[in-house]
Design a protein around this ligand. Structure first.
Ligand SMILES: Cc1cc2nc3c(=O)[nH]c(=O)nc-3n(C[C@H](O)[C@H](O)[C@H](O)COP(=O)(O)OP(=O)(O)OC[C@H]3O[C@@H](n4cnc5c(N)ncnc54)[C@H](O)[C@@H]3O)c2cc1C
Ligand SMILES: *[C@@H]1O[C@H](CO)[C@@H](O)[C@H](O)[C@H]1NC(C)=O
Ligand SMILES: *[C@@H]1O[C@H](CO)[C@@H](O)[C@H](O)[C@H]1NC(C)=O
Ligand SMILES: *[C@@H]1O[C@H](CO)[C@@H](O)[C@H](O)[C@H]1NC(C)=O
Ligand SMILES: *[C@@H]1O[C@H](CO)[C@@H](O)[C@H](O)[C@H]1NC(C)=O
Length: 472
């Protein structure tokens, strides 16, 4: 009988400003020397050695769930997290804004989660982190929906008045949509009750009975299947999918639109959402290697001491040798985030004065808007506001000079922000090769910090099922 042993070698280079949106989980045995690390894939060896690439929501929570899953078992695990950047958090990143007596950590990427995001909220409480409620820093936040010519909806100071206005204008659509959102979210929450892990993202969508919601565009789903008033979709539903996912109703699957409509009880972690991901790693006991980029992963297949090189593939900027990766790259949305401190120019919005003007501006898909959203975050001592703008294209100085009458500071950041949430797409496998897991396979279904935690939690369960039963 041939003695079969699998080896993986990973070469790790220090630093490098490479931007990438992947977390991959490897279950391997590690020996390391300076810049080059070698991994051996064991089957029964103790301790089990795990490498995690990326310290965002997915990778950091994976380290934590794995440590929990094996905490009281006879199998011991040793986990290393590799992160190319100098900090933990990935797309949860803050900008430290300091001026005069104002200091605020503004989220540059993922900003919100909701009460029923149980992994995020419960873990934050467990780790003693504080929450801030969305909008807490700007008490007079008012939403307006801009179509490029006018505001098609403006929030007033009375929610009763707003609801009556909506019903008068759009009939029962607001109530029908609200009921649907509740229903879909309640279906999603079953994911926390299932004991058995899922082995594919498709199967999970089926198990949650959310298959229809991922098969159809939000446009078709709402207007054809649910008979929702088209004007309401344009004026109040689509602006939400645009601000949350940078996608219109004709592009995004219905589930993506539902997630965009869900934010009630929206909150973030005080000081920055990344702090939760730091805590996950801290409490996992994993070794964290920052400024460390994984550039290549090789599984050496030695049969009777003879090495065989089989396959080679580049995925998400990493070279993979001898690892079965029959999957396509996930296409991501390019999103420009621009911070501006200054004063809005009312005439850009066809108004004469700024007072009583919506400061949380969402947009319709009219083809006439120059941004996806523009929201004031705080008011500075001198009356200027600090604004956050999302757009598909760069916000040039020329455009900003029309939107703002005065501008004291501008900061730009480009992200590959979230996957295109396309209907009927084939999700990448959760375990493309043995003991090789892909956390972000879940992201084209729902892209949020919470669901990356759901995905990594599921992988920790899969691993525990495999490794703990082996040892029994
Ligand atoms: C502008 C913006 C707004 C968003 N708003 C929200 C929101 O309000 N709420 C919400 O829940 N979600 C939001 N999201 C989505 C959310 O950020 C993501 O779904 C989630 O954070 C993804 O986590 P992740 O760990 O899967 O990936 P990432 O956070 O991208 O983490 C991947 C990590 O891997 C590292 N890495 C990649 N390749 C390598 C390598 N070769 N070697 C070493 N390290 C590597 C990267 O540096 C990165 O740190 C938003 C995203 C953006 C950009
Ligand atoms: C491990 O067992 C102890 C004692 O029964 C318990 O208090 C603890 O919560 C368990 N840990 C985990 C992660 O299950
Ligand atoms: C934020 O910036 C201020 C001023 O530059 C600095 O004093 C403070 O230490 C910074 N905080 C963090 C957490 O980086
Ligand atoms: C501004 O509003 C006026 C009347 O309310 C309208 O006639 C005009 O077309 C609007 N201008 C723009 C640029 O939308
Ligand atoms: C997705 O596939 C289903 C059949 O499974 C089909 O009815 C539906 O129209 C497809 N959706 C889109 C947007 O093509």
């Amino acid at each position: 009988m041939a003695f079969l042993k699998h080896f993986v070698s990973i070469r790790i280079f220090r630093s490098g400003m490479f931007f990438c949106l992947i977390i991959l989980l490897f279950c391997v045995n590690l020996f390391s020397t300076q810049n080059v690390a070698y991994f051996e894939i064991p089957h029964q060896k103790d301790p089990k050695t795990i490498a995690i690439i990326g310290a965002g929501a997915g990778g950091s929570s994976a380290a934590y769930w794995i440590s929990e899953a094996f905490a009281n078992s006879s199998t011991s695990v040793k986990t290393t997290v590799y992160e190319q950047l100098p900090q933990v958090g990935g797309r949860a990143l803050v900008y430290n804004y300091t001026r005069d007596n104002t200091q605020i950590f503004i989220e540059l990427g993922a900003s919100l989660f909701i009460d029923v995001n149980y992994h995020m909220t419960n873990s934050a409480k467990k780790f003693g982190l504080e929450f801030i409620n969305y909008g807490e820093e700007l008490p007079n936040a008012k939403v307006g929906i801009w179509d490029g010519n006018q505001f098609v909806f403006e929030q007033s100071s009375s929610s009763y008045w707003d609801i009556s206005k909506l019903i008068w204008k759009y009939g029962w659509a607001p109530i029908k949509v609200q009921r649907l959102v509740k229903f879909i979210i309640s279906k999603y929450l079953k994911t926390y009750e299932f004991k058995e892990p899922f082995t594919s993202v498709n199967l999970e969508a089926e198990r949650l009975q959310l298959d229809l919601e991922r098969k159809f565009t939000a446009q078709y789903y709402f207007s054809e299947l649910k008979n929702i008033n088209q004007l309401y979709l344009q004026h109040l539903v689509e602006p939400m999918s645009r601000v949350n996912y940078g996608q219109n109703l004709g592009e995004i699957h219905a589930l993506g639109a539902f997630i965009s409509l869900a934010p009630t009880g929206a909150k973030s972690i005080k000081g920055g959402n990344y702090r939760l991901f730091e805590k996950f790693i801290e409490h996992s006991g994993a070794t964290l290697k920052l400024d460390t980029k994984v550039i290549k992963v090789t599984k050496l297949q030695t049969i009777n001491g003879v090495e065989e090189s089989v396959k080679y593939k580049k995925f998400s900027g990493i070279e993979f040798e001898n690892i079965y990766l029959e999957m396509k790259e996930i296409p991501y949305v390019t999103l420009h985030v621009t911070f501006v401190t200054g004063r809005l120019n009312p005439s850009y919005f066809n108004r004469t004065k700024v007072e009583d003007f919506p400061n949380q501006i969402l947009t319709t898909n009219s083809g006439k808007t120059e941004f996806l959203s523009l929201a004031a975050k705080i008011i500075l001592e001198n009356g200027e506001t600090l604004n956050k703008i999302f757009s598909h294209d760069e916000m040039s100085d020329e455009v900003l000079d029309r939107i703002f009458s005065e501008r004291s500071w501008t900061f730009r950041k480009v992200w590959k922000s979230y996957p295109m949430l396309m209907p009927n797409q084939t999700f990448p496998p959760i375990e493309p090769d043995t003991n090789f897991y892909y956390v972000n396979s879940y992201e084209p279904l729902i892209s949020t910090m919470e669901t990356e935690c759901v995905s990594s939690n599921n992988i920790a369960k899969l691993l525990a099922n495999r490794w703990i039963s082996i040892n029994l």
